[in-house]
Design a protein around this ligand. Structure first.
Ligand code: ZN
Length: 109
């Protein structure tokens, strides 16, 4: 199962690359409710670590210094995985997610 969290609540056309109004996506692969892989993504045209989702001037250096070598799920993604693992179903997970992070969107496929 693939889970995607999208936050385009601040996104604005023309300001989405370097104007401060960026969109964010986080995708995770779940197997039996366990997060096995994933990545962070942004519309911003700056150095960005896809493992932890932070802006970094020098991504390679950040990953080496902080040993940021694999995907680190956000709190909201961990929440979704926990809901799935408890077999509450994706509809329930989405409803719970939306009450906690109303600015974001949760997608399953
Ligand atoms: Zn990182």
């Amino acid at each position: 199962m693939k889970v995607q969290i999208r936050d385009y609540s601040c996104w604005q056309y023309g300001l989405d690359a370097n104007g401060g109004s960026y969109g964010y996506k986080e995708t995770a692969v779940l197997e039996k409710g366990q997060i096995v892989d994933g990545q962070h993504w942004t519309t911003a045209d700056f150095g960005f670590c896809r493992n932890c989702g932070s802006f970094e001037t020098d991504v390679a250096r950040h990953q080496e210094e902080w040993e940021c070598t694999k995907y680190i799920p956000s709190r909201s993604m961990e929440f979704v995985a926990k809901m799935i693992a408890r077999r509450r179903g994706w509809r329930w997970a989405r409803r719970e997610f939306e009450t906690r992070w109303p600015e974001a969107e949760l997608l399953f496929n």
